[in-house]
Design a protein around this ligand. Sequence first.
Ligand SMILES: Cc1cc2nc3c(=O)[nH]c(=O)nc-3n(C[C@H](O)[C@H](O)[C@H](O)COP(=O)(O)OP(=O)(O)OC[C@H]3O[C@@H](n4cnc5c(N)ncnc54)[C@H](O)[C@@H]3O)c2cc1C
Length: 366
Amino acid sequence: MTDLRDIAIIGGGIMGCSAALRLAEGGMQPIVLDQGDLGQGASGVNAGTLSLQIKRVKLMPYALRGHHEWEAMGNAVGFRKTGGYTLAFNDREEALLHERQTLKAEAGAPISFVSNNALRDAEPHLTHAVKAASYCPEDGYANASLTGQYYRGRLQDRGIDYRERSPVKAIELSKTGFALNTPSGTIHATRLLLAAGAWLKPVAAMLGVNLPVNARINTVSVTERMPPLTSHVIGHATGLLTMKQKANGTVLVGGGWQGRGTPQEGRGEVTAATVIPNLALGQFALPDLGRARVLRSWTGFEANVPDFYPLAGGLPGVEDAFVLGCVRGGYTIGPYIGKLMGDAILGREPELPLFDPGRDFSKETI
Ligand SMILES: Cc1cc2nc3c(=O)[nH]c(=O)nc-3n(C[C@H](O)[C@H](O)[C@H](O)COP(=O)(O)OP(=O)(O)OC[C@H]3O[C@@H](n4cnc5c(N)ncnc54)[C@H](O)[C@@H]3O)c2cc1C
């Protein structure tokens, strides 16, 4: 007799795992499949910044609720609510900071502008060249390298079946729903959730669907342990810098600078042409960073669509298939949007609207 699952989830990143948990809570029996280990994709290699200040205005309600999810996960994911400062160094950046952060504050984020004196009291090691700064007490970070371990434990606790090193090679429509071809055999499921991150395009293509997903290759660097330099998450008005000093003294520097490579090749490459200006911006903000040796720089693949909003809803043209993924800052909203997606599949009204994967990406439809 065929072992028929209620739903097969392709992708064991933060999106797939959080949806799996919600679906199981709602009484379904999901199976999660990952081509590598759980959390080995973007969810396990990202900068871990949980900052409302770098999210898009329309995503503010999702990001705020995402923050509450992270708070609840707490120590197990290395969560720290440090508060965060976003800095502007010149008139143009100051105008940008004011425009963006005012809109986010109006959308419900507790963001305020702070004087240079207040900034200096809170962060004495920052450069004195700051022109303007905003502050959000909700900002913080988690440790992305704990994501896989955390969700593996949660899936096990819930009795959710998952298979690592199980790449889905082909998907066929069957009488009972979907038949997924994996090296360890065929998996049958009534429903399907594609949560394959930067690999969404080739996975959707297995069902003949062309999703407009492309991949960004973000770079992150970490320094050796340093004496205390900064105690908040530090960002830049342009979004080109995120920086935080971990409890062990290492400083993590990111900001979406691009490396080289494609998800299909399996590995991205760090390039000096982008790591150097990223670190230089970090050092400009925090001059003492210049004394730190960089231990490692790495890249990860982040899925993206033309309007930079999530995909969360039915896979166009394929009944009982769903897609969940994309969006800059997807780590922050992942645990929450996974729940929303789970609710929709369970036939419940999601608390906030989803993001139709079949929308017209050339128009402002969200
Ligand atoms: C370097 C970097 C830094 C970032 N920094 C931040 C940040 O500071 N804050 C923030 O909020 N966001 C950040 N992001 C974005 C965030 O990490 C992602 O938006 C989020 O983790 C995406 O989660 P996901 O589950 O959709 O994708 P992923 O975590 O990539 O999971 C997709 C999974 O699908 C699996 N898969 C793919 N194809 C198949 C297949 N055929 N069969 C089986 N499994 C398959 C992959 O192995 C992978 O594990 C960053 C991203 C990167 C890359």
